[in-house]
Design a protein around this ligand. Sequence first.
Ligand code: SME
Length: 152
Amino acid sequence: MSALYDLLTRQVQSLLIGNHRWVTDLANVAACLYHGLPSLNWIGFYLLSGDELWLGPFQGKPACTVIPVGKGVCGTAVQKREAICVLDVHDFPGHIACDPASRSELVVPLLKGGEVLGVIDADSPLVGRFGPEDVEGMRRIADILVQRVAWE
Ligand code: SME
């Protein structure tokens, strides 16, 4: 994993020390990642409720509030239970444009055993912003959150 994700992983682990509520932890982690990762215009969480993803803590402009499973990049990542790295959102059929400035996107599901809790969604105004290091690093952060956050 890159030195940057190594640092971010340690920062996230520090933020999760103590007894917090899930909303508190996810809010701080969104802020940590937004300010720690270069060239993002949005990063945050969508949390699964039934067959819909609901907007959770994030940093960036106001975003779409509900995304059905199977729709957009987020809903597709949940359906497939795998990370999706989109080099150019204009090439992803069904991409949901919350902010027209977003040009590339990385969505990593939060998987607890076989259960999907939600996703981490990162957007960038740069085409091709995210690559294998981001997928690996963000998956590592997702795994820490799944284990350490007090999910209800
Ligand atoms: N682009 C996402 C929607 C969420 S926003 O990017 C914040 C999608 O296609 O699922």
